[in-house]
Design a protein around this ligand. Structure first.
Ligand code: PRX
Length: 645
């Protein structure tokens, strides 16, 4: 908790789209008259057939249904590309910065149009039609954005799988939405290291076969080529036209699926649709980042996550912005890389994650201060709560006390930012996401679902729909209802804990379910557990998060071995390797503790509260352990804890 308040700087207020009075006025209208408000702001995008209905949404448990602009038609790629051609065809749409600092490329809107059309024509040649699902497993190269927009152009639904997921995870996601086509590259390049993307696709397709694999040449590395299935993108693209009519889509036609982790079971396919999503992504991008024509904007996320979807590709391009896409990592070739890229491309708005800030903070100020950064005007943070220490470093050292920080809270499910400062309107408090965006009505409830008023703490719900909200879990509407609308009837439950202070500012305190946030990547503890028990030597596993200096949370696994198995350091390494193979490197356990027994109630339920405390190394307040079937296991767990101070 921090008491410091940072008022809106006068220069920021002078050029900002909205000041506090305007925010208050627009916010009031957005919640008192959502039809009127969104009816007006829905016009920020181009419709083929304009909508006449604005909002048709129900959070009623027996009938959860979310539709926005439901009788309008549009094409998302035409909104992100074609409509800018007349006015800004020669403006740079995408600045691509390669992993190696010697490589970069500028792509104008005119060029983007040709590239997207070509990619769309290649998809058509491969038989991809409106409504088909296409899995994208790509490095951060411009072709990833072309592929997304090409899917949108032909009406196909893309499902991007982050390149850090294993072949098994990829197979599961290909199968989950029955994709017929995968788009990939020979290899990815990150921090000077190669990522075997195509080899992973080949392995995944043994389990989940597809009709075609379109492969972009990135490194020129050796890859297998499956005749009849595989296509080199550059060969196919050379044979097709660089124009392609965009498909007319309904506002509620799916745009993309993105798999994300929950507290139970396998990842869910979060489904976003076209009209409401694009309206919301573009509006939040403009207002939260106070985007003005001519600004250079950089979001360091990967397109494999929702942040890359909404704030590298769809939001910025819908606004005719110049968006920077970065292939590499913050520390390669040196910890100055982010700031060197800011200087090289004169970046004005910079949006990254607390985990990156903490890692760079640990490397020392000189890597920052030796760069210029005078182009920077605004900084952003996303993905997890930002601790005041990291906030202050970001503000003082990176932004030289000039640049406001927008701490943006949102989720894969929300499509866009829900709680965030607006640079010209909101005084900042380090660690607080501050106030809701237009149309967003947060509430804090207690465990029983009673709405708490005033300064308080509890669970964060949203009481009514906004246009960017997910519509369903792909292929499983009941799971959507059960996950988000069953805990507190009548509300969307976020899964986050939250405090509201006397000024009405929101402070997200972290997940209250069995989801952990590792370096801003969302991980279900159940997924890691099921990967562990799939190992032949493991009988039982329980996974919890624990505080980690750089990652925010680390993965702590308690593992019970099969009868007769030896608990060795070698086996720990083998288990880490096994989880990496099952889920991907992002799920590697940080600490493994062999546990002869896990604390269970007499009915057999694992008491995670106790495991969390021990993992946090704070076991003097374990609470009541008398209901445990065998209280003695706790002493053993404490004695052998892996996170001793
Ligand atoms: O716990 C919250 C945390 O990240 C979760 C959503 O993760 P994901 O769907 O992967 O999306 C991340 C990028 C939007 C949330 O439930 N989270 C995200 N942003 C913040 C945050 N926690 C605190 N402050 C934030 N700014």
């Amino acid at each position: 908790m921090s008491e410091a308040v940072f008022p809106v700087p006068a220069e920021v207020a002078a050029r900002a789209l909205v000041d506090d009075a305007k925010y208050q006025e627009m916010y009031a209208k957005s919640v008192n008259d959502p039809e009127g408000f969104w009816g007006e702001h829905g016009k920020r995008i181009d419709w083929i057939k304009p909508f006449t209905k604005v909002k048709n949404t129900s959070y009623d448990y027996d009938n959860v249904s979310i539709k926005w602009f439901e009788d309008g038609t549009l094409n998302v790629s035409a909104n992100c590309v074609d409509r800018h051609l007349a006015e800004r065809g020669d403006q740079i749409a995408i600045i691509w910065e390669g992993d190696d600092p010697s490589e970069h490329k500028n792509i104008t809107y005119k060029e983007l149009h040709g590239e997207v059309c070509r990619f769309a024509n290649v998809l058509k040649e491969q038989g991809v039609k409106k409504g088909d699902r296409v899995t994208i497993y790509m490095p951060m190269i411009p072709e990833a954005a072309y592929a997304m927009l090409a899917c949108a152009r032909v009406g196909a639904v893309h499902s991007i799988v982050f390149g850090g997921f294993s072949p098994d995870s990829l197979a599961q996601r290909i199968e989950g939405c029955s994709s017929r086509c995968v788009i990939t590259a020979d290899e990815g390049l990150r921090g000077g290291r190669k990522v075997p993307l195509k080899a992973n696709v080949d392995k995944a397709c043994e389990k989940a076969p597809v009709d075609s694999v379109i492969m972009v040449k990135r490194t020129g590395g050796d890859v297998d080529f499956v005749e009849g299935r595989d296509v080199w993108y550059h060969e196919a693209a050379a044979k097709v036209a660089d124009t392609c009519e965009p498909e007319e889509m309904n506002a509620e036609d799916p745009l993309f699926i993105l798999y994300t982790s929950g507290s139970t079971g396998q990842p869910k396919g979060v489904l976003h649709t076209s009209g409401g999503y694009l309206t919301y992504a573009s509006m939040t991008h403009q207002y939260v980042f106070d985007y003005h024509d001519g600004d250079v904007y950089w979001c360091t996320a990967d397109v494999g996550w929702v942040t890359g979807h909404s704030y590298i590709v769809y939001g910025p391009l819908a606004n005719g912005a110049t968006t920077l896409m970065f292939e590499g990592v913050p520390t390669y070739p040196s910890p100055s890389r982010f700031w060197e890229v800011c200087d090289k491309h004169k970046v004005n708005i910079f949006y990254t994650a607390p985990t990156a800030i903490r890692a760079l903070m640990g490397g020392g100020d000189e890597h920052v201060t030796k760069t210029d950064r005078s182009s920077l005007r605004l900084l952003g943070s996303v993905g997890e709560p930002i601790n005041p220490e990291a906030w202050n470093w970001y503000y003082n050292v990176v932004g030289e006390k000039r640049c406001p920080i927008v701490d943006t809270w949102w989720q894969t499910e929300t499509g866009g930012i829900l709680i965030s400062p607006l640079p010209g309107a909101t005084d900042l408090k380090p660690g607080s996401a501050t106030r809701p965006f237009f149309g967003v009505q947060p509430a804090i409830v207690d465990a029983e679902g009673k709405v708490l008023e005033g300064a308080t703490e509890g669970n964060l719900v949203i009481t009514d729909s906004w246009p960017g909200q997910m519509r369903t879990v792909y292929g499983d509407h009941d799971r959507f209802v059960q996950t988000y609308f069953a805990t507190y009837k009548g509300y969307y439950f976020t899964g986050d804990g939250c405090r509201r202070d006397a000024d009405g500012y929101y402070w997200i305190t972290g997940r209250v379910d069995d989801v952990i946030n590792v370096s801003g990547h969302r991980m279900g503890t159940a997924e890691v557990e099921s990967a562990l028990v799939a190992h032949p030597k493991v009988s039982e596993a329980a996974v919890v998060g624990y505080p980690h200096d750089i990652k925010g949370q680390g993965i702590y696994a308690y593992v019970t071995l099969m009868e007769g198995e030896e608990p060795t350091e070698e086996l720990k390494k083998e288990l880490v390797k096994h989880v990496r193979a099952e889920i991907g490197p992002i799920a590697s356990p940080d600490l493994i503790q062999f546990a002869p027994g896990l604390p269970k109630t007499r009915s057999g339920k694992i008491m995670r509260r106790i495991l969390r405390k021990i993992a946090e190394d704070s076991f003097d307040s374990l609470g009541d352990t008398s209901t445990l079937a065998d209280p003695a296991v706790v002493d053993d767990l404490i004695d052998n804890r892996q996170n001793k101070a």
